[in-house]
Design a binder for this molecule. Structure first.
Ligand code: NAD
Length: 284
């Protein structure tokens, strides 16, 4: 079985972005700028934001993080987003989710200028994805596709089963897999919490993509030999972090699989850098 190494692949992507940035700086151009807004003190979000800051710095970006109290009002956030939309040195704006209760994330995400929406969650960018038009793609699904590319795991004509239909992972991933290209053109089935017999579907898959948030839900009895398994899940258990797949048990059955952690997670950050660079280029 091939272990799909997201860490190594992400490193390559980050190095390529850093090289492009140093080229720009050598020509006397400004560095790409990313603004991250973190509201409240959710511990997981704090870790994610610190990782994003570090990655930006390594790539030669300018990163500005706004750490705001959980009591920040909707109006204050609205004003900050509008100010960042207007700033010419900021190419990407990332509103770290989840937001504390009482703040309307859908409303606030839609205020971000679509060309600075490096998370790809703005209705315009999601609409562009659905229509097959160019735009900023959500980082995690885009990272999954990049990982398939790295290992040349073509999905054309294959049965791709996506488990989970969230706006940030499952839904956009299903659209990418059904889209054009060697790493699209799949026959896509989307499963979710109301799918009555998940095993019956996953057993027919050539590729299984898991974005559920249930520790080791996918077991060996649910998979036929040779399947490619991409595990987006990150679950905190008493034994530490694990994915949505039973990695140990599936190792003997899958033809290729991502570890979790160390698979899709690092790809998400790499794609954030790549999206910020894309936004920079579009704006220059
Ligand atoms: P979510 O909670 O928004 O969505 C979960 C989805 O799983 C829902 O669509 C639901 O219908 C489906 N589901 C729940 N129970 C199910 C079951 N028993 N059978 C079939 N489907 C079921 O989650 P999300 O935001 O998409 O995240 C999913 C997982 O991916 C989480 O573990 C999260 O931490 C992880 N994640 C990882 C990254 C990364 O960078 N690697 C990024 C985003 C999310």
């Amino acid at each position: 079985m091939i272990i799909l190494d997201g860490k190594a692949t992400a490193k390559k992507i980050r190095a390529k972005v850093a090289e492009q940035v140093s080229g720009l700086l050598a020509e006397g151009m400004r560095a790409p700028g990313l603004a991250v807004i973190l509201v409240g003190d959710d511990p997981a979000s704090q870790v994610y934001v610190a990782n994003k800051e570090r990655a930006c710095k390594e790539a030669g970006f300018i990163s500005e993080t706004f750490r705001l109290a959980a009591s920040t009002s909707q109006a204050e956030l609205e004003a900050l987003i509008l100010k960042l939309n207007a700033r010419s040195d900021i190419d990407g704006i990332l509103l770290q989710l989840p937001l504390p209760r009482g703040l309307d994330s859908d409303y606030l995400l839609a205020l971000i200028s679509p060309e600075k929406d490096v998370d790809g969650f703005h209705p315009v960018n999601m609409g562009r994805l659905a229509l097959g038009l160019p735009g900023l793609r959500p980082c995690t699904p885009a990272g999954v596709i990049e990982l398939l590319k790295e290992y040349d795991l073509k999905t054309v004509g294959k049965h791709a089963v996506v488990v989970g239909r969230s706006n940030i992972v499952g839904k956009p991933l299903a659209m990418l897999l059904a889209g054009p290209g060697d790493f699209g053109n799949a026959t896509v089935t989307v499963c979710h919490s109301k799918t009555p017999d998940l095993s019956a579907v996953t057993r027919q898959a050539d590729f299984i993509f898991l974005a559920i948030g249930r520790p080791r839900l996918l077991g060996p009895e649910m998979v036929r030999p040779g399947t490619v398994i991409i595990d987006v899940g990150i679950n905190r258990t008493e034994q530490g972090l694990c994915g949505d797949a039973d990695f140990e048990a599936l190792c003997k059955i899958a033809s290729a699989m991502t570890p979790a952690p160390g698979g899709v997670g690092p790809m998400t950050i790499a794609m954030l850098l790549s999206n910020t660079f894309q936004a920079y280029q579009t704006r220059n």
